[in-house]
Ligand binder design. Sequence first.
Ligand SMILES: [Zn+2]
Length: 117
Amino acid sequence: MAHIDKYFRLARQIALHGDTKEATRQYRLGAVGVRTDGAIVTASNVPQRTPEPNAHAEARLAKKLDWGSVVYVVRIYSNGKLAIARPCKKCQIALRLRGVTRVYYSISETEYGVLCL
Ligand SMILES: [Zn+2]
């Protein structure tokens, strides 16, 4: 679907050139939110030495969303290929609390998934 291609492309750019800089990461995540007021907001993940759910791109994006926003998330490996980016449970809750009911996420270069919260 055209909107998925469009926002996955943007999410990929955010993942690669987003608001965090780190040269040596194995993978990057980019998240795009389309708000009901028409604004497009973005976030990438933050590299962490220890697991930290608040560093996840979707958790960082959640703060910028309005009620009813639609979210697109991609994971991109250092080989440039898309991989599975299904949001973790904590991010799902964070998004749900912001009124998000639908998340599109990459599975591979040619597949995507839809999460209904
Ligand atoms: Zn998460």
